[in-house]
Design a protein around this ligand. Structure first.
Ligand code: BTN
Length: 227
């Protein structure tokens, strides 16, 4: 896969869109982003010292119903990378990777769909290595804070792309979802309640048990309760 290494850009997800017309898979890394994009229209703090990667992939026959596999695959690649540096990562449904309950990475996926198929996907990953996280109030963490000797950002970057290129399956994703079976606090719009997280379905919905009833959630936020 072609690779582009940038010093700085507003957002690697935005930058990589210039390759959409070319039909060839490509990866873009930036040392920092000035307008990093998160999910739900949020911004993603992207100071130098983190890994900011977007991968553009094209597909011939990828049913849109299976789009969650792209998220699962990216999350597994991030977890394997963290584990490769001695950390114990966990997936927080559906697109965050945590270590010790704090967010070390986020994933933003933008798909191009037509005729019920995913034609192209942009998988954007931000992974905190030694980048400053000022102003996030301790909800985020980087490798420097967790490890006695933090790795070089280039080593993390290269392992992340290597893991991204390796196969994974849904059971690998579930294997990193350590919160399953635990009580979580669910926020669904204005509603907030406690439930037990039972499973993640292959289409990405979270199966929760609330007051004895099972329900599959497609969009909500969860906070993992202290164990
Ligand atoms: C989130 O946690 O809300 C998702 C964050 C995704 C951040 C990555 S960094 C590389 C790529 N470029 C972006 O602008 N966003 C993604």
């Amino acid at each position: 896969m072609k690779r582009n290494y940038l010093e700085s850009t507003d957002s690697t997800n935005r930058y990589i869109k210039r390759f959409l017309s070319q039909g060839e898979d490509v990866a873009v890394f930036a040392k920092r982003q000035t307008g990093g994009m998160g999910t739900k229209g949020r911004s993603f703090l992207s100071e130098a010292g983190g890994v900011y990667l977007s991968v553009l992939s094209f597909y011939q026959d990828f049913p849109a119903e299976r789009a969650f596999e792209l998220m699962a695959h990216a999350a597994v690649a991030v977890c394997r990378t963290c584990r490769g540096f001695g950390l114990a990562p966990e997936i927080k449904w559906c697109n965050d990777v945590l270590v010790n309950g704090r967010k070390i990475a986020g994933i933003l996926i933008e798909n191009t769909l037509s005729g019920g198929k995913v034609r192209a996907s942009i998988v954007g990953i931000g992974l905190n290595v030694s980048n400053a996280l000022d102003g996030l109030g301790g909800i985020a963490v980087n490798m420097r804070e967790l490890l006695p000797a933090p790795p070089a950002v280039e080593a993390v970057r290269d392992l992340l792309l290597e893991n991204f290129a390796a196969p994974s399956d849904f059971s690998d994703y579930l294997g990193f979802a350590g919160f399953l079976g635990q009580c979580v606090s669910v926020t669904e719009g204005d509603l907030q309640y406690d439930a037990v997280a039972r499973d993640i379905l292959p289409d990405g919905r979270l199966l929760i048990e609330e007051r004895g009833k099972l329900r599959a959630l497609s969009s909500a936020e969860i906070a993992i309760k202290i164990r």
